[in-house]
Design a protein around this ligand. Sequence first.
Ligand SMILES: NC(=O)c1ccc[n+]([C@@H]2O[C@H](COP(=O)([O-])OP(=O)(O)OC[C@H]3O[C@@H](n4cnc5c(N)ncnc54)[C@H](O)[C@@H]3O)[C@@H](O)[C@H]2O)c1
Ligand SMILES: O=C/C=C/C=C(\O)C(=O)O
Length: 501
Amino acid sequence: MARSGEHMTMTAAFAEGIVHNFVGGRFVEPDTTSLFDNVDPATGHVAARVHEADAALVARAVQAARDALGGSWSRWTTNDRTALLRRAADRIEERFEEFVAAEVRDTGKPVTHARDVDVARAITNLRAFADIVGAAGQESFLTELPDGRRALNYAVRKPLGVVAVVVPWNLPLLLLTWKVAPALACGNAVVVKPSEETPSTAALLAEVLREVGLPDGVYNVVHGFGRDSAGEFLTGHPGIDGVTFTGSTATGAHVMRTVAARVRPVSFELGGKNAAVVFADADLGATLDGLTRSIFSNTGQVCLCTERVYVQRPIFDDVVNGLAARAEALALGDPLSETTTTGPLISQAHRDKVLAYFGLAEEAGARTVVGGGVPAMGPALDGGSWIEPTIWVGLDQRDRVMREEVFGPVAGLIPFDSEEEAIALANDTEYGLASSVWTSDLTRGHRVAQAMRVGMSWVNTWYLRDLRSPFGGMGLSGIGREGGEASLHFYTEPTNVCVQL
Ligand SMILES: NC(=O)c1ccc[n+]([C@@H]2O[C@H](COP(=O)([O-])OP(=O)(O)OC[C@H]3O[C@@H](n4cnc5c(N)ncnc54)[C@H](O)[C@@H]3O)[C@@H](O)[C@H]2O)c1
Ligand SMILES: O=C/C=C/C=C(\O)C(=O)O
């Protein structure tokens, strides 16, 4: 163990069963030794310990990033940086199962989801932003004034600088690379604060980036919590040039207050209370399959998940019964089994929060069509934070369960009659992240999707992603967009040069 003031350096992310911080190109221990448990949500067992970064180590990480910006990294070309992203993607592919195992251990999610969504999308993120940033031009204009003067205006995009990257626990590596890939492609240096629940793949990514030649200090990882811990030490550090944050709306508001005094740019992907609108002419089977994915994927722990379903009255009972049957068919079980479809919630604390909403639904007079409790999982898994996928009817639009983000495998269904009524119900929220519309009439599909006050509106599908499109939310769901050019604009500062000709 390092003596105080001396930082022991290790070779790997998980040396001695501890998940380490990564600063200046090395895995290091903080001065003050403070370890917290990394719990496997499927079993409730402590899977590893994690070194909590103290304020001094966070400051070292910010300084290491600052130093890297002034070092060789500033001389890398866009081609050099995008080539590195592609090498990193290839290396993750080589270490694919290691990343899958780490993600499953941290989250309890089924191995199939970790493979097909989390790690696969991380590789895609790296390659997509290598393409997007590699192909991006610069804005320029030939100016011709009425008095005959002419000029050339062109914008030169430079890195934002040292970017604080604070990410949540639901799609750890996917959301981390969604930010780090464009940030690095644009020449920034980053200090990452992964969720305290899911430290592992951020540390593994550090190994990969070092292996593929990223200069020391360009990518740093500090572990810990939010307030009075690494998260706040990082976002509150004067050396930060911008913050990209994904997490709850409440935390986003706190981060905004933290950086407000220094007027630092923020990119916020926050919570949601997403609605699906199902018209009577929808393809019932395909719609039920799509709705099931949108409600229960990742045990409902995706910001884009549907928690409100509005169904045109003639097919209301068919949708209720169809969803209930699909919910009952979900396979809760060992995350490492190929047949498991649904894992636990991330923690006992989060399960308590979701169970509190079960109580609120009951108090509001909801009828629980399926679920509503804690499943018996047997001796190996009963210690995990498991919960039953749940469908409610009989709720009112004003009930808290229909207004507040539960972030679990739940949905409340309410019937509607007219298109206007459906749009009003779906838009009756302070959030504005995502929606889906299910109808065979595509003219209506376009019309209703455009009428939704959300960042992403799907028609007859859900979570189909083009990484070039703007991603994000309005209202309580966030500030700004990431994806495609939107990421380029956040992770760079343009200087417009005007030359009289
Ligand atoms: N819009 C999106 O793309 C998106 C994606 C995933 C999750 N989310 C949202 O995230 C929430 C679930 O994730 P969560 O529980 O990890 O969110 P959270 O807000 O509790 O934590 C997110 C991250 O912020 C850190 N943090 C907490 N308080 C902080 C503070 N005061 N200063 C700095 N950092 C702080 C946490 O340690 C964690 O790393 C849900 O609301 C979900 O909707 C949104
Ligand atoms: O939980 C929220 C999921 C966010 C997903 C993305 O940011 C994405 O698909 O790019």
